[in-house]
Design a binder for this molecule. Structure first.
Ligand SMILES: [Zn+2]
Ligand SMILES: [Zn+2]
Length: 83
């Protein structure tokens, strides 16, 4: 495996070191699927449903929205969709 990993960001879900893809960090574990976008590592967004400020990686991407993120966090979206 080759990746330059100078920031050593750990996956918040499984604890593995994320792969630096240039503009995002990706969990090496495909079944985990954790991804952090480069510019948004420390950015937070308030979810209007659960009223919790979460890092933007907790929000699914949505191309039609201005900030490219879903309105609600992943958790609330999952509840809404009945998963
Ligand atoms: Zn992971
Ligand atoms: Zn929420």
């Amino acid at each position: 495996m080759s990746w330059n990993n100078n920031k050593n960001i750990k996956c918040r879900w499984c604890g593995k070191f994320l792969k630096d893809k240039g503009w995002k960090w990706e969990c090496p574990d495909e079944t985990c699927g954790y991804v952090i976008l480069d510019t948004s590592v420390y950015k937070t967004k308030l979810c209007p449903k659960c009223k919790i400020k979460k890092v933007v990686s907790e929000f699914s991407k949505c191309a039609t929205r201005k900030d490219n993120l879903q309105f609600y966090c992943k958790q609330c979206t999952a509840i809404k969709e009945g998963k």
